[in-house]
Design a protein around this ligand. Structure first.
Ligand code: NAI
Length: 244
């Protein structure tokens, strides 16, 4: 029996990077997986390229109506949502004094409002099933801050408060809500960092390497598994020790 046999999983932003690695792992372990990206064609193509039962949906995760349609669509097609991974996220870095309103708003709605929208829309199905596993992607930056990322850090710190609060609301219904805080992971999101900056970051990582998307996916899968049934409201750092 595979670890997630027939479980229905939604990974937001599963078209690439960490989300893609999570979706691929769940699918390999027997789950029916839904992924979404802003563009339906890209999401469908990414789903088709993965091994197993993976379905792609178009959705702007920062838009409440778009999220409602996504959740309704997944439940109509796959029957329910048992595991929800709030992974989709963006950065719009810059010093605060020069930050545009749109850079602030886009990051907050994509990285924080999105978790509110998905959790609320999926709540009825999870409460009815008396089962749910929610894993929210935060970041070490949400715990320690980072100059040039006030918008991103505010959203990611918000995710931690959101996780702990929602965990208290739904624990009695056998729904766990946890967060994963990656450190520096090699993905498109971090690809623009110059060689010098990368060297500086890695120097601060006790394990002396960047994390891989698989490192993060394994932590997400653990929190979604039966092995983590008594863990809720927790933040699991997957950062090679960076945030110690
Ligand atoms: P990525 O940029 O490679 O992928 C982001 C995914 O989110 C893509 O699938 C993209 O289509 C989707 N997405 C973005 N905006 C969306 C929207 N409005 N609607 C729907 N989908 C949208 O990013 P990566 O590196 O895989 O990051 C995944 C998560 O992990 C993010 O929440 C990020 O903040 C977090 N994280 C990443 C770290 C890293 O070092 N890469 C470190 C700490 C946290």
């Amino acid at each position: 029996m595979k670890r997630f046999e027939n479980k229905v999983v939604l990974v937001t932003g599963g078209t690439r990077g960490i989300g893609q690695a999570c979706a691929a792992l769940f699918a390999r372990e027997g789950a029916k997986v839904a992924i979404c990206g802003r563009d339906a064609a890209t999401a469908t193509a990414a789903a088709g390229a993965m091994e197993g039962d993976v379905h792609g949906y178009g959705c702007d995760i920062g838009d409440v109506e778009s999220v409602k349609s996504l959740i309704d669509g997944v439940i109509a097609e796959l029957g329910t949502i048992e595991i929800l991974v709030n992974n989709a996220g963006i950065t719009r870095d810059g010093l605060l004094m020069r930050m545009k309103d749109t850079d602030w708003d886009d990051v907050l709605r994509t990285n924080l409002n999105s978790a509110f929208y998905t959790c609320r829309a999926a709540a009825r199905s999870m409460l009815k099933n008396r089962y749910g596993r929610i894993i929210n992607l935060t970041s070490v930056v949400g715990m320690h801050g980072q100059g040039g990322q006030t918008n991103y850090a505010a959203a990611k710190a918000g995710i931690i408060g959101f996780t702990k609060s929602y965990a208290q609301e739904v624990g009695s219904r056998n729904i766990t809500v946890n967060a994963v805080a990656p450190g520096f992971i090699g993905t498109d999101m971090t690809a623009d960092l110059g060689e010098k900056a990368l060297e500086t970051v890695l120097d601060r990582v006790p394990l002396k390497r960047a994390g891989t998307v698989e490192d993060v996916a394994e932590g997400v899968a653990f929190l979604a598994s039966d092995a983590a049934a008594y863990i809720t409201g927790e933040v699991l750092c997957i950062d090679g020790g960076l945030g110690m």
